[in-house]
Ligand binder design. Sequence first.
Ligand code: FMN
Length: 245
Amino acid sequence: MNPTIDLLKSHRSIRKFTDRRVDDQTLSAIIAAAQCAATSHFVQAYTIIRVRDQAKRQAIATLAGPQVWVAMAPVFLVFCADLNRLEAACDVQATTMEKGWAEQFVTATVDAALLAQNVMIAAESLGMGGVYIGGIRNDPQTVCDLLEIPDQAYPVFGMCLGWPAHDPPPKPRLPVAAVLYDDRYPEVHDSAVLGEYDRTTNHYFLNRNSNLKDETWTHQMAALMGRVIRPHMKAFLEKKGFFLK
Ligand SMILES: Cc1cc2nc3c(=O)[nH]c(=O)nc-3n(C[C@H](O)[C@H](O)[C@H](O)COP(=O)(O)O)c2cc1C
């Protein structure tokens, strides 16, 4: 349709990287572009930590799975939702910041996610690739200890970036008709549409260029949603000063 839409539609997570370095200038250009993402009330409630120390990298790779690409990627970033700079702004203005509100948690988390997705797209526009790493939330307190992330900030996810050393095909997404509705929420999520999507995803899983499996989307989601995942998150976020009221 146009080069931007073509780029968006060519996304696939990259988990194997060549040895080629990502120089500081390139990374700065990516981050500067990403910062142009919309931000709630202009708050820019995020901080990115580039993890260069190999011992810290390895510790995070281990707690995240282990996920070897976290240790191996040329760049590994941790995206933090962060209210501390806003408190500093209040200090500049000699005012007191309201703390602990769920709305602030949502605002900072959404801001960090919008920034991160722009990082991914900017990197992909340069021919690079990457993968988000939610696995860091397996042990978010250790990530905070390793990276000295204070209260009023938390690591939302990580991201590996670099030059692709494999070429997986894009994963087919749900049809637009399954996610876009006019004027009101649908009465049901049409099982016929999901059945059709299962056939699409089954074909993808059986025919992609690695890790072939006889799998479908609803089967994968049913297994996922039947599990309790990271039950420590509520207590962790409360301890960090989020989500208290
Ligand atoms: C917030 C978030 C966290 C993710 N965490 C991981 C992760 O820890 N490890 C991983 O290999 N992929 C992770 N992924 C990648 C997803 O598995 C991937 O985006 C999804 O399967 C769709 O595949 P695609 O990105 O190739 O289109 C994560 C993606 C998102 C958005």
